[in-house]
Design a protein around this ligand. Structure first.
Ligand SMILES: [Mg+2]
Length: 346
């Protein structure tokens, strides 16, 4: 089997500037790989399938600048048949790997929207998701929380570590005054904002609000310190950035067994594509570490694949899949969100 591929850059515009751990974003770049299978005997192509290579500058391990990224994409497209036969060679480039994997899945099926056959992709069930609360002023965050609760979310995720800590505690206190832990599950994400000297003090203060978990309290790359935190924390810890750039079964197993986190969070565009994410899941399951999957600002092409891939696992935890409505010029999609669940229309 041989293949042909090309790529195109696309810039998505946020409906409203969005506060993330990497600053306020107004636009987001992605590259679309267009893949087709070459008929044997002649060079006529049969069909085309799209995959999204989505990056977040400062976070994606495979993105340094536009030039070197496009150079790698060009090389991958020129040697696409080789890479499809040797996907693991792209593990250091998780966003490119995920784009190739998405396009490849799309080639093999009739309906390009249905990459996996699951009750979710057949439109029979939804996947519970967390409602994402964007960073901003206390008023803005509380307003978003009201709106999310009104439309049926019972699990919310808030970024913390950006505002003054006491203001963040006030926001959590006012949420908890209105909604108990059995009404609303609260996840917070510190994106590595706490220092080794204040992390236990902050976790202790946060734990008073009966939070479900906190993502990445300290910066990634401090395994021993993170292990101590996970061992003594009053509040469950979820690893996210910690998993970036950790490749191969042995290294992944070392990380999981040394740190022994309460949860891990998996983002195919950042954590090794579908191939690397499956490996994380096997290791997490073998070590009884629960996990959930999260999109990473992909447009609908990437989100569609992450959601469908997530639906192939039995996992009752809310997943982080609610970002499809972010962009003004998003690609068409069969995904929709209702009552705190993501669905695929049939
Ligand atoms: Mg996170």
């Amino acid at each position: 089997m041989s293949y042909k591929a090309s790529f195109n850059k696309k810039t998505f515009l946020f409906k409203q500037p969005s506060g993330t751990s990497r600053g306020v974003l107004t636009e987001k770049h992605a590259w679309f790989i267009s893949l087709s299978e070459l008929n044997t005997g002649n060079s006529e192509t049969v069909e085309e399938s799209l995959g999204e290579c989505s990056i977040i500058p400062g976070l994606s391990p495979d993105f340094v600048d536009f030039d070197s990224y496009e150079k790698k994409l060009k090389e991958v497209c020129e040697n696409i048949t080789y890479y499809i036969e040797n996907l693991s060679e792209l593990e250091q480039y998780p966003s490119i790997l995920f784009g190739v994997e998405t396009a490849l899945l799309g080639l093999k099926i009739q309906d390009e929207h249905k990459l996996f056959d699951t009750p979710f992709t057949r439109g029979e069930i939804g996947i519970p998701i967390n409602g994402l609360i964007w960073m901003g002023s206390k008023e803005f965050m509380l307003q978003q929380i009201e709106e999310k609760v009104k439309v049926g979310f019972s699990c919310l995720k808030l970024k913390i570590g950006a505002l003054d800590f006491d203001t963040e505690l006030e926001i959590l206190a006012s949420i908890r005054k209105r909604f108990s832990a059995s009404d609303i599950e609260l996840r917070v994400d510190a994106n590595g904002a706490f220092s080794l000297s204040d992390v236990f003090y902050k976790l202790e203060r946060l734990s008073k609000f009966h939070l479900h978990s906190i993502e990445q309290p300290i910066k990634a790359g401090q395994w021993k310190e993170m292990a101590k935190i996970c061992d003594a924390t009053p509040l469950p810890i979820a690893l996210d950035e910690e998993l970036i750039g950790v490749i191969g079964r042995n290294k992944k197993t070392d990380l999981i067994q040394l740190i022994n986190p309460q949860y891990i969070i998996l983002k195919p565009s950042l954590h090794g594509g579908i191939l690397g994410t499956k490996e994380w899941i096997q290791i997490a399951n073998a070590n009884s570490i629960p996990w959930w999957m999260t999109s990473a600002l992909e447009s609908n092409v990437g989100l569609n694949c992450v959601s469908q891939f997530a639906s192939t696992f039995e996992n009752s935890l809310p997943q982080g899949l609610g970002t499809g409505g972010l962009y003004e010029n998003n690609t068409p999609s069969k995904l929709f969100i209702e009552g705190g669940h993501i669905f695929m229309s049939h």
